[in-house]
Design a protein around this ligand. Structure first.
Ligand code: UDP
Ligand code: MG
Length: 347
């Protein structure tokens, strides 16, 4: 059972991590909304923006916010590393006692984080948002629904349905997450994998407040594949069973042919002496070829991931961290790579 926590101490700090990639249209709205949502709260808060190699004015805007407000920290990555890496970078630089993750496009209402905080106070360690309704195209909705159900049935972790990255977690959980060694990070999977006391909070997912999606179909497929291949060996089991079934069919065919010839049985007008169809043969060769290529492809997915992990390259590279110290002076510029030790990031 979760143990209630107290928020009373003046020391409590809430961090909100916001990954941004080419978000110049929506950023002013987002920034204002975040300040509005948390500005009046009776505790300290911090916004950790991550500029994921944007090519528009996002970087300049984030630097401006960081220069104007001591509560804003802008982590500038050296190039575009992708959403999951950007969030990981933000998480490594969040100083809060409780840490929220939210997209820059206001699809997830920031106010929900306050409701999540109530659950944190009640003692939960991870509070993840579950989308009650998605205001997205039928195709995207169907794809998401299908994916989450397939994932749940094959994954080795107890993954909640329809939960994205939008969440709030306790410092302890974040420390554990930050210390996980893999460089290809599927955060919602890792978050479920670490355990602790987790609970869902339903909310309605809005449409993007401005700008266009930074997740084309190709990237969504990659995210889905990352989820399946890094949290499940079910595809390998599938290959194994495909082999078994094919072998069983072959043996059955062998026995059938043997019996047919010995007893000279005519089946569906085909006598044992008739020459079997060329089409059937060609189709079988094609089918088996396809199954083999698919199997090699599935093996390849795992080997590719092993390859990426053994290189031990960092998940992201930080170019600079922009922030303003209390007195109004700019903080020191920091250059670093990857996930640095916790002690470092908790300044
Ligand atoms: N994002 C990012 N790097 C990328 C792509 C996206 O940091 O390479 C951020 C983006 O700025 C947004 C969040 O990830 O804050 C989710 O992206 P988006 O809203 O475009 O995805 P969708 O909601 O359409 O799936
Ligand atoms: Mg979005």
């Amino acid at each position: 059972m979760p143990h209630p926590r107290s928020l009373d101490s003046d020391d409590f700090l809430l961090s909100v991590v916001v990954p941004c990639y080419n978000e110049q249209e929506v950023l002013p709205l987002t920034h204002a909304r975040l300040l509005e949502a948390f500005g009046a709260a009776p505790f300290r808060f911090q916004i950790v923006y991550v500029n994921d190699g944007s090519r528009d004015a996002t970087g300049a805007m984030l630097e401006e916010y960081a220069a104007a407000d001591t509560r804003v920290k802008a982590v500038i990555l050296s190039r575009n590393f992708g959403h999951q890496a950007a969030v990981s970078a933000g998480l490594a630089h969040a100083d809060g006692d409780a840490i929220g993750i939210i997209d820059a496009d206001l699809q997830d209402p920031p106010e929900v984080i306050l409701a999540m905080l109530d659950k944190w106070r009640a003692g939960y360690d991870v509070i993840y948002g579950v989308r009650r309704k998605r205001k997205e195209s039928l195709f995207k909705r169907t794809a998401y629904t299908l994916f989450y159900r397939i994932f749940r049935s094959v994954a080795e972790v107890d993954m909640p349905l329809d939960a994205g990255d939008f969440c709030l977690m306790d410092r302890h959980v974040l420390d554990v997450l930050n210390d996980l060694p893999e460089s290809e990070r599927y955060l919602r999977g890792l978050r479920a994998w670490v355990g602790f006391s987790q609970t869902a909070l339903e909310y309605e997912r809005a449409v993007r407040a401005a700008g266009v999606t930074k997740y084309p179909f190709r990237k969504l497929v990659k995210l889905a594949a990352d989820g399946i291949f890094s949290f499940s060996t079910a595809p390998l089991t599938l290959v194994f069973y495909a082999g078994l079934i094919t072998a069983a069919i072959a043996v059955a065919g062998l026995i059938f042919t043997f019996v047919q010839r010995v007893f000279d049985i005519t089946v569906f007008g085909v006598a044992p002496t008739d020459i079997p169809g060329f089409t059937a043969l060609a189709l079988m060769i094609l089918f088996l070829g396809a199954v083999q290529m698919l199997s090699v492809g599935i093996l390849g997915e795992y080997i590719g991931r092993i390859f990426v992990e053994v290189k031990r390259r960092p998940t992201y590279i930080v170019r600079t961290i922009e922030r303003t110290a209390e007195g109004g002076t700019a903080g020191p510029k920091v250059v670093e790579a990857g996930r640095e030790p916790q002690a470092e990031s908790r300044k």
